[in-house]
Design a protein around this ligand. Structure first.
Ligand code: SAM
Length: 278
């Protein structure tokens, strides 16, 4: 077996390197370079434009945290929108909430969906569920056309370069706010507080202008191994620390619990300072 390496160039002075057993597929779609590979340690993975997106072994941390934090704090989530997330892993978690009636997934790149169906069945199986509607469109354009429709919007996008760049703009957050119903909740991954503190500040300011409750929450995820990884939470009046009874999730999650939910909002002073300054 020949083992190669994949290096994610993170900053000028910090790279992450993965041992790769084999490259299963590589192509350049209309939007990005897509690679599906078998890693030595973390199973199959999806790499977009040279950035590791998900691995079979540790994606549950990210998917469970993002989905359940929002769905457990919303009093009655029925209509859920996912922007990005064409692998299907986020849908898998949202489907664990029986009161959700419909999940709309808007992914810009049909090739991510097709390749996930072929190579990442652990995640993509959920794309076929009858509650799920998959739309191939730019998430920015989609949300611009849908007002007051969703209880929860999960932005499971890639980083702000290439097709995902508009998903970090003030205009996009305005459209997300308008797309949410009363008591609506929105979340998005926003990267590493250690390496991207300026991005955290900018996003926090933009979201705070629009949403009554704005917070950060964090987790450590080996795939995004820059220390803690952060997500933003914006809601129309919902306190993220007030949870519904989600005991139906018992035995269905490997990372999320109500205790982890609350603990994820505990922030170190260097991040609290960012929030106070904003
Ligand atoms: N969890 C991963 C991370 O944090 O690195 C991201 C998951 S990956 C599946 C993100 C997806 O967002 C990609 O499939 C990409 O094609 C999609 N995406 C990027 N820009 C988009 C846009 N403007 N509208 C909809 N989907 C977009």
């Amino acid at each position: 077996m020949s083992i190669k390496t994949f290096t994610e160039e993170h900053t000028e002075g910090y790279n992450l390197q993965w041992k790769i057993k084999s490259i299963l597929h590589q192509e350049t779609s209309a939007y990005q370079e897509i690679t599906v590979a078998e890693t030595v340690q973390f199973g199959r993975c999806l790499i977009l434009d040279g950035a590791m997106q998900i691995t079979v072994q540790d994606a549950f941390i990210y998917h469970e945290l993002m989905a359940h934090i929002c769905l457990a704090s919303h009093p009655h989530p029925q209509q859920v929108l996912i922007i990005g997330g064409g692998d299907g892993g986020m849908i898998k978690e949202v489907l664990k909430h029986p009161m959700v009636e419909k999940i709309t997934l808007v992914e810009i790149d049909e090739r991510v969906v097709a390749l996930s169906k072929k190579y990442l069945p652990e995640f993509s199986r959920s794309l076929e569920h009858p509650k799920v509607n998959v739309v191939i469109e730019d998430g920015f354009d989609f949300i611009a056309k849908h007002k007051n429709q969703f209880d929860v919007i999960l932005v499971d996008s890639s980083d702000p370069s290439g097709p995902a760049a508009p998903l970090f703009s003030s205009k996009f957050y305005e459209l997300v706010e308008a797309g949410l119903k009363d008591k609506g909740i929105f979340t998005a991954q926003i990267g590493s507080p250690l390496f991207e503190l300026e991005k955290l500040k900018t996003v926090y300011k933009r979201v705070k202008k629009l949403f009554q409750n704005t917070s950060y929450y964090m987790a450590s995820i080996p795939t995004y191994s820059t220390g803690p990884y952060s997500l933003i939470y914006g809601s129309k009046g919902i306190d993220p620390l007030e949870l519904r009874d989600v005991s139906y999730l018992d035995g269905q999650t490997r990372y999320y619990t109500p205790e982890i939910h609350r603990a994820s909002f505990a922030l170190p002073p260097f991040i609290q300072e960012v929030l106070q300054e904003s």
